[in-house]
Design a protein around this ligand. Structure first.
Ligand code: MSP
Length: 520
């Protein structure tokens, strides 16, 4: 059995989700769906990051308790993920009892083995980023170099995690494990950060209360990032593993793919592997750092007030339209602009015209010329067209491993347009069904189109699961996410041949997949 553990960052509950949060989650969902379809045992975790000063301050501002804020806000994330058809296995909250236990266990273990020690922190802190900063790194006017907001001076007793001890081990690990940091160009950023020398990390605070108390020292709450990163172990059942009851733990751990935004790469590629080293565990297989969605050149963020509410887009255009836009518009790793013009073009020309029309015209032709029946083994197939699908199947797994999503989608749409052109050029409506040669040509075209649409449904499933389900309904074929069903790309052609051998009837009616839009 092959394993795949994929995670999103856990989201701060200081405010409701925006498009940037939807993005990390949709990438992870697409990967999880592809792996499940390919027969992997998948565990997909997302959730919310609920502790820390940032949440405490926001709760204060609203005049409610931090837990109350988390209770109401985490629902907004769950609702959005349900609207977007996110197929997570667990939605973790850092206030969950098993997570609190994982954090306490880890802290105690590292305190015992000497990787955590008590001292004093004097320096700067950015609350919106929940990050400790050195004086040197501040930008003009004492601002955070990351978000540009004022940092505050901190001087307090603090527990520290030894990073210097593991610096060399981390450098070796990064250099010897290609594919640990994706895309490749981000690796050098991380390497040069580590090579500058790692200062031990402050991992507790005494000046506020909203966090997990340090075991045996109630004056301190554990630093929110130390707490948050451990969510990845809680989800895998770290506690049951420690008790010797979880055989899957290590297999999932070694197949871990963390999907994160570039702004939090350092936490995942530097602090997190060191925490794992200290715990005697291995670092993740892959950390994928994606870029940012911008509005007019600035990062979409609540504090700048330039956010797009993904819920509104889903309500108007459907989950798949947003998923498709997010995954096709930018190459993963780069930044992109969320603008209505490009959304409209992608929707109207890609989804409504190219894909939607192809499916509806094929269904209409099958009904008109073949009584709704896909011709079986007596009909020919156009090898040149179907060969394009085989080319796409080839190497699909590796392309997913590289998170080459925009390029995969580009190739799927190229195939869609090859088929559209094939139908236009062969003009089945001009053929005379009563002429034997025309008739066999017509059936060949119909069968080629139907088989190709099945392939298209297979290809788009991880990106647009709802649309894939609708296409399979139209074809009268079981959906790809039927429990227990899997179809590896390497087996898809054989499977398809068997499926279509005897022909079958399509559904009597089918819906329009993507009605054209006018976008204001
Ligand atoms: N709570 C931490 C993560 C802890 S993971 C152990 C956090 N939360 S966050 O809510 O601020 O951000 C979560 C994710 O959303 C990050 O990966 C971040 O990059 C992503 N995005 C937030 N705004 C974004 C855009 N405008 N564009 C794309 N993604 C961005 O950080």
């Amino acid at each position: 059995m092959k394993y795949f553990y994929v995670t999103t960052p856990i989201y701060y509950v200081n405010d409701k989700p925006h498009v940037g949060h939807a993005y990390s989650t949709v990438i992870a969902d697409c990967a999880a769906r592809f792996k499940r379809l390919s027969g992997y045992k998948v565990f997909f975790q997302t959730g919310t990051d609920e502790h820390g000063l940032k949440i405490e301050k926001e709760a204060d501002a609203r005049g409610i308790a931090p837990k109350e804020l988390a209770d109401s806000m985490h629902i907004k994330f769950k609702e959005l993920f349900s609207d977007l058809n996110i197929s997570y296995d667990r939605f973790i909250r850092t206030t969950d009892a098993d997570h609190v236990q994982t954090v306490r266990t880890a802290f105690e273990k590292l305190l015992k083995n000497g990787d955590i020690y008590l001292s004093e922190y004097e320096g700067w802190y950015c609350t919106p980023c929940e990050t400790f900063l050195t004086e040197k790194s501040l930008s003009e006017g004492g601002k955070c170099p990351q978000c540009g907001r004022p940092a505050s001076k901190v001087k307090e007793e603090s527990y520290f995690l030894k990073l210097d001890k593991y610096e060399k081990k981390l450098l070796d690990f990064i250099e010897n494990n290609s594919g640990f940091i994706k895309p490749e160009f981000r690796k050098n950023e991380v390497l040069s950060f580590v090579k500058e020398g790692l200062k031990n990390l402050s991992i507790s605070r005494t000046s506020f209360k909203w966090g997990i108390p340090v075991p045996g020292d109630d004056n301190h709450v554990i630093y929110v990032w130390f707490d948050a990163l451990l969510n990845y172990l809680t989800g895998l059942g770290h506690e049951t593993y420690l008790e010797g009851r979880n055989p899957d733990f290590e297999r999932f751990l070694e197949s871990t793919n963390h999907i994160v935004g570039k702004d939090i790469l350092k936490f995942h590629a530097v602090y997190w592997p060191i925490m794992l080293f200290a715990l005697g565990l291995r670092p993740p297989k892959t950390i994928l750092a994606h870029g940012w969605w911008l509005m007019d050149g600035a990062k979409m963020s609540k504090s700048l007030g330039n956010v797009i509410d993904p819920k509104v887009i889903v309500e108007k255009f459907g989950a798949d339209a947003l998923r498709y836009f997010l995954l096709s518009e930018i190459t993963i790793g780069l930044d992109g602009d969320f603008n209505t013009g490009s959304f409209t073009v992608r929707y109207n020309s890609g989804l409504a015209n190219d894909l939607g029309n192809l499916v509806s015209r094929t269904a209409a032709m099958l009904r008109k010329y073949a009584d709704g029946k896909i011709p079986g083994k007596n009909a020919g197939e156009d090898a040149a067209v179907l060969n394009e699908a085989l080319v796409l199947l080839n190497g699909l797994g590796e392309r997913y491993d590289r998170y080459d999503f925009a390029k995969i989608l580009e190739d799927i749409f190229r195939f869609i347009n090859i088929l559209n052109k094939y139908i236009n050029d062969s003009a089945p409506w001009k053929l005379n069904i009563n002429e034997p040669e025309d008739r066999s040509n017509l059936f060949k075209i119909l069968k080629t189109a139907a088989v190709s649409i099945y392939y298209i449904s297979y290809f788009i499933y991880p990106f647009m699961p709802e649309t894939s389900g609708k296409i399979n309904n139209m074809l009268n074929i079981k959906p790809f996410d039927l429990p227990g069903f899997s179809l590896d790309p390497g087996d898809a052609a054989d499977y398809c041949e068997k499926l279509f051998k005897n022909g079958f009837s399509i559904a009597e009616k089918s819906e329009i997949l993507f009605p054209r839009i006018k976008f204001e």
